[in-house]
Structures are given as C-alpha cells and as structure tokens.
Design a protein around this ligand. Structure first.
Ligand code: PGA
Length: 244
C-alpha cells in the first residue's frame, strides 16, 4: 500500500521572498516527473506563480467565505485565482494569531467545501515531547478536525507533521522519531477511514538538502514541508530530487 502514495515536496516561504526570487524559481526549479511540488507563497505573490512548472499554494485562509474580515483572504478567492493548495494551522499561525484546534478545523472544512487541497499542519512543542505526551497531543489536533469534516478529509487533506521544536531551529527530528509519529498518525486516522492509507503525510522542521533523503525513505513519510531551505533554489532542487 505504501508505494501508491506520490511523494510531495511543499515549500513554505513564510513572510519571505520577492518577485525576483519567484522569477528565479520559475526558471531554475526542476520538478521531477514523479514528485508533486508546491510552493506556498505569501498571498500577494501567489497569483504571480501562475504558469510555473510547480504548483502554488497559499499560507492561510479565513474560515469565512467573504465579508467584513479586514486583511483576510478567502477560499473562493483562491479558487478564483486557481491556487489549489493552502496551509492550514501552521504552528506560527497557531502561536502568533491564537488559532485554536477548533478554528483550524473550520478552516480545513471551508477549504474542502471549495475543492481546495488543505495542508493541515500539526505538531507538538518541546514541553509535550519531554513529558511523553506526543501521541495524545497529536491525536487531539487531528480529532478536532476530523470531527467537523466528512469523508472529504480522507480524500483531499494532506497532513504535515511539524514538531515545533524542529521548526527553524536546525534541530531536525531523526528519521526514526519522525516515522514513529507518522505511523501513529496514519494508524489513528485509519481507525476512522481506511482511505488514510492513501493520505500524504509530510514531515516538516529543519528539512535540508543533507537530511531530506533519509527522512523521505521512511515508510510513512510521503515528502516534506520545507521552510528555510525552500528559499534557495539550489537546495530546494536537491530536496525535490531526494523525493524522486
Ligand atoms: P523550517 O520550517 O524548514 O525552516 O524548519 C518548516 C515550516 O515551518 O514549515
């Protein structure tokens, strides 16, 4: 079963980049034929990605369709601009903007309603790992979302496991540490719907050109969500190649 899942490499530029960097990626990024490549751009730049060899994603959406929500962007707007992917519940949104599991669930539901492909980000802080409570923490993050979504969750959501202590710190989870949580995620979701066997589960947190291939070789790791290393086209090319 494990072999039917296509590998996916998603870049997350966060609040970085420029038109010039996007132009460089359009010219120099090599997309292996057997890898799905997505770059989640700052919203302002996302429409400028049209016509790239890679897919474009956004980094956040509103839980609403429209209305008096200054500064937010909606799922229908992404559909309008043919932007298929969107990160939901990134830990920086959860921490900087107080996004709760319940709000994240509404956003995933909204994205699915509009036919988008949400990349649901989950992951524990260091304190949780230190007290040995990783699985229950991850389970609560997942259950909050599956609770409000229908079968669409298992067909169309991509899960990204990103331990917070590994994000932007240079402290990658070991391949074994990551695989252990990925296997848990797949097993837990499979209890509700066997389609979870086909879901792409990405690892994120200090993935780089050196460690990518070992991580991607794990049974339940279907690719990566890449922050810092997605801003350098040479490194990102190596990571995409490592998934092929
Ligand atoms: P990083 O970020 O690769 O810079 O650790 C990953 C992420 O936050 O998605």
């Amino acid at each position: 079963m494990g072999h039917v899942r296509k590998k996916l490499v998603a870049g997350n530029w966060k609040m970085n980049g420029s038109q010039a960097l996007l132009e460089q990626f359009k010219q120099e990024l090599v997309v292996p034929s057997n890898v799905e490549v997505v770059i989640c751009l700052p919203a302002l730049y996302a429409p400028l990605g049209a016509g790239s060899k890679f897919n474009i994603g956004a980094q956040n959406i509103s839980e609403h369709d429209k209305g008096a929500h200054t500064g937010d962007i909606s799922s229908p707007m992404l559909v309008d601009l043919q932007i298929q992917y969107v990160l939901v519940g990134h830990s920086e949104r959860r921490l900087d903007h107080g996004e709760s599991n319940e709000l994240v669930a509404l956003k995933v539901k909204k994205a699915l309603q509009h036919g988008l492909t949400p990349i649901l980000c989950i992951g524990e802080p260091l304190e949780v790992r230190e007290v040995g409570a990783v699985f229950s923490f991850i389970q609560a993050q997942l259950d909050a979302v599956t609770h409000v979504c229908t079968d669409g969750f298992f067909k169309d959501v991509i899960v990204a496991y990103e331990p917070i202590w590994a994000i932007g710190t240079g402290k990658t989870a070991s391949p074994e540490q990551a695989q252990e949580v990925h296997a848990f995620i797949r097993a837990h979701l499979s209890q509700t719907n066997e389609l979870a066997q086909n879901m792409q589960i990405l690892y994120g947190g200090s993935v780089n050109a050196e460690n990518a291939s070992q991580l991607f070789a794990q049974t339940d790791i279907d690719g990566g969500l890449i922050g810092g290393a997605s801003l350098k086209v040479a490194d990102f090319n190596i990571i995409c190649q490592a998934a092929s």
